[in-house]
Design a protein around this ligand. Structure first.
Ligand code: PTT
Ligand code: SF4
Length: 610
């Protein structure tokens, strides 16, 4: 095979054993890579019902057939596992040299299971993999860990690590790389910590060989050039995702005070233009010429990489209008290895609970110092921090007294930074995302505000299914950054050409879409298998706040979601996906997607409809 390396590396941490395993071209064509590979491996290899933080869980780092070639934004990797935060399928996408080094070492995925007796890191150099004692690293933050490992290895080595949050099994701990790339929102860092695995260092010395080297070199030069000539390029390099703060404010979608409102009085203080005033440089993922990480100096005089989600969740959502302080919280989250989106949610929840006097602790909106202390308490599981460390769903179960209505999550994963009081399709996107409430599968709100924003029409559902297929299906399985296409408009036609040059195979968009649909169905089957008879359509419902409490500020004052219309929309969505009224794939749907065996297995857990 060209393009794919054809091997996975299985590392059993209990037995201190690493074995390379080959896979065939059928597997590659059926699942492509990244999320597709991860979903199939988890479905096949995990026993249903296991504790996500037990040695039996598997942690997968998977690349795609273009990863590491000199092609736009091909320096990312998917990290996936059964999530300790949701109990279902979880993954994230990290920009890291480790993606390229893993492929150069000869692997398309690393699959880890078991648990080391004491803290270790895994060092992989081409065919050799070994566990190295990491007792001296345990307790270090992610930046210190990376720095010390960098000093031990070549500068090209790829490093993935966890901070104290992962060690302390915080359920929204992430995996961190390259000082600020952080991924695996649904607790992938906690899974790593549960295995006593502090870091992975990977070095590969083989060149990747494409099927058609000359064509690939030409495509590389022309596509990178095309990106630089896109009209939005210069502004993107200036602000990256940060201009979304102003956009969300204008469109009443900026999460404010725990998603009570969609506008924030101090939005301009934390927006893209305010950021430009304190920006010192750009940082980004490997193989990318549109580096979107904005490095600013924070109020602790440290460098912090700010993106839209980080700033909205640690700014407006907790009532903090000082960007340098927001950046300082963001830096602390990166050091500790905490997901900023979930963090902003649990902090907002705690502030609201304190305001309503539902908890003994006092924690107020916009108070930087106290918030910073609480962030550390979460990572080290101290006091209130320990309750919040399990995520907002569990925190609301403990606090009780109606707080469930404003615990902002779907399936246990906290909502990313778009308020949906007046955005039904975006609310449905959160409801049906394959990992819980994440915007990455379908940022449909951008289109929605331009198209009968408050309607619940079928065209929105169709658009949502198509967007999820493209972003969550194809880009996540290619494990490529989607930004060249979705932010700058790089034409989709480039991708089959890249694939042909790399793999020698003709993979049309029709084929890619089929693969995307297969992995989407398999992920839904994974969730249903885990929840069995407890699975209901309620699992796909966004939080009550958006249905019950109208916006009280801004031009869309008075707006809220309509319960019945939303429910109809959900039924339309199920219909388009070939799922029954419970949101469970029908037998015929699974068969249509080449998943007949999955249908047979799933039928043992819940009765499938024909
Ligand atoms: C992603 C989520 C996002 S989405 C952001 S900001 W964004 C937050 N970033 C965090 C961070 O930083 N530090 C931290 N401690 N926690 C963080 N949590 C949040 O994680 C990021 C970019 C961004 S910036 C986005 S939208 C795009 N996401 C992509 C994606 O999901 N898939 C894909 N194929 N391409 C993407 N390109 C863009 O990548 P998760 P990254 Mg990310 C400081 O990790 O779990 O997917 O959650 O990984 O390499 O940093 O890239 O306005
Ligand atoms: Fe990474 Fe941003 Fe480049 Fe995408 S655009 S590859 S997230 S630096």
């Amino acid at each position: 095979m060209y393009g794919w390396q054809g091997h996975f590396l299985n590392v059993n941490l209990t037995k201190n054993k690493a074995i390379a395993e080959s896979y065939d071209s059928k597997f590659a064509f059926n699942y492509l890579g990244g999320r597709g590979f991860a979903a199939k491996i988890l479905w096949d290899q995990i026993k249903p019902g296991i504790d996500p933080l037990s040695p039996e869980n598997k942690l997968i780092f998977a690349a795609g057939p273009l990863t590491g070639f000199a092609l736009p934004n091909s320096g990312k990797i998917v990290v996936a596992s059964k999530s300790p935060l949701t109990g279902g399928y979880g993954d994230g996408n990290i920009g890291t040299r480790a993606a390229i080094q893993m492929r150069k070492a000869g692997y398309d995925a690393i699959i880890l299971d078991g648990k080391a007796k004491s803290p270790v890191f895994v060092h992989i150099k081409d065919k050799v993999a070994e566990l190295v004692d990491a007792k001296d690293f345990w307790g270090l933050d992610a930046f210190q860990t990376e720095k010390q490992l960098e000093a031990m290895f070549e500068s090209t080595a790829g490093i993935l690590c966890i901070g104290p949050a992962g060690e302390n099994l915080v359920k929204f701990a992430t995996v961190v790389s390259q000082e600020g790339r952080s991924g695996g929102r649904p607790g992938m860092g906690a899974v790593m910590g549960s295995k006593n695995l502090k870091a992975i260092v990977v070095e590969g010395s083989n060149d990747l060989s494409p099927a058609f080297p000359k064509e690939l070199t030409e495509l590389s030069a022309s596509s990178y050039r095309e990106i630089m000539t896109e009209p939005g390029y210069e502004f993107w390099k200036r602000q990256g995702t940060m201009s979304t703060i102003e956009w969300s404010q204008e469109n009443c979608a900026l999460p404010t005070l725990n998603f009570r409102e969609g506008v924030f009085d101090e939005a301009s203080e934390i927006g893209g233009f305010a950021m430009e005033k304190i920006k010192v440089s750009n940082r980004g993922c490997p193989q990318c010429n549109m580096t979107c990480g904005n490095i600013v100096k924070d109020s602790d005089r440290k460098e912090s990489e700010v993106d839209y989600e980080n700033v909205a969740m640690l700014g407006s959502n907790i009532g903090l209008g000082n960007l340098m302080q927001v950046a300082a919280l963001n830096r602390v989250a990166d050091e500790l290895g905490l997901d900023t989106i979930s963090l902003g949610n649990v902090l907002g929840f705690a502030m609201e609970a304190s305001e309503r006097r539902l908890i003994e602790e006092s924690i107020h909106w916009g108070k930087f110092k106290d918030t910073k202390t609480l962030v550390n308490d979460i990572a080290y599981r101290r006091g209130l921090g320990s309750i919040l460390a399990d995520g907002v769903k569990i925190a609301a179960e403990k606090v009780g007294r109606g707080s469930k209505d404003w615990a902002m999550h779907v399936k246990g994963l906290e909502i990313s930074a778009y308020d949906c009081h007046a955005a039904p399709a975006m609310a449905l996107s959160y409801g049906t995302s394959p990992v819980g409430a994440h915007h990455k599968d379908a940022w449909i709100i951008g289109w929605e505000v331009e198209h009968k924003r408050e309607s619940y029409d079928e065209d929105k559902v169709t658009r949502l299914v198509d967007t999820q297929r493209l972003r969550g299906g194809v880009f996540e399985s290619l494990a490529l950054c989607r930004f060249p296409n979705v932010q700058l408009g790089l034409e989709l036609e480039w991708y089959p050409r890249f694939l042909q040059a790399a793999t020698g195979m003709e993979l049309t968009w029709a084929t890619l879409n089929q693969i995307a649909d297969r992995s989407s169905q398999l992920i839904r089957a994974f969730w249903v298998r885990e929840f069995g008879k407890n699975w209901t359509r309620e699992m796909d419902r966004p939080p009550n706040r958006w249905f019950k409490e109208p916006l009280t500020k801004g031009p869309l004052r008075g707006r809220k979601l309509d319960n019945l219309k939303f429910d109809d929309m959900l039924s339309m969505y199920y219909d388009k996906k070939g799922w029954d009224e419970r949101g469970i794939p029908k037998k015929s749907t699974l068969k249509k997607h080449g998943l007949a065996e999955v249908a047979g297995a799933l039928n043992k857990y819940v009765a499938l409809m024909d």
